[in-house]
Ligand binder design. Sequence first.
Ligand code: SAH
Length: 218
Amino acid sequence: MKRFTDTFKDVGRRKQLIQILKEKGITDSNVLDAINTIPRHFFVDTVFDAKAYDDVALQIGAEQTISQPYTVAFQTQLLNIQRGHKVLEVGTGSVYQATVLAHIGARVFTIERQKKLFYENKNFIFKNKYPNLKFFYGDGFAGLPTFAPFDKVIITAAAPFIPPKLMEQLKVAGVMVIPVDEGENQRMLRITKNEDGTYEEEKFELFSFVPMLTGKSD
Ligand code: SAH
């Protein structure tokens, strides 16, 4: 069950979270504004209500998690979203990250491999508010060739490697933000595609994601 009322207390809890994100180094005002506006407690079960604005990942069922707010903020900041950018997201999960991207004005194409989560997403609370957010059931390793090329690609599960098909679907000078396995954790990488198909790679800190798995699941 979810609670879809946004109280003064919730607004205050978001303000405190914004403070924490700023202290951790998030500076992008579009990102901070999105997180300050979107009620994160709408995306988690009421059993986690008390923790909805803590800077932690939370369970969303089907053995998956809603990413930690800092992780969402960090990945979104690295993407440098401009209004109208076409963005491919792998791992819809709770739809929270996708909502942050849509709020900033991206045209979001988000893929989820788990049928249960995909169907839950159909009843997404903000579906009328964000018509620029589209849901797909499929394998993120394959991407969405029909809608390519994308300005930006974001992977929200631990990738074993940089998926070649997603590189193909990225525009020249486009950017992919992807956590790639490095021992027990993942190194956050920002990949920028060159004209000749090669790419530049910037390395950031380590994060901890659920695994990016191959194929669809019922
Ligand atoms: N962005 C989500 C994070 C969800 S956790 C949020 O804001 O809540 C990662 C999600 O990636 C899970 O829902 C998992 O089922 C999904 N996933 C893992 N491998 C995938 C793949 N190959 N294609 C699409 N989704 C995948």
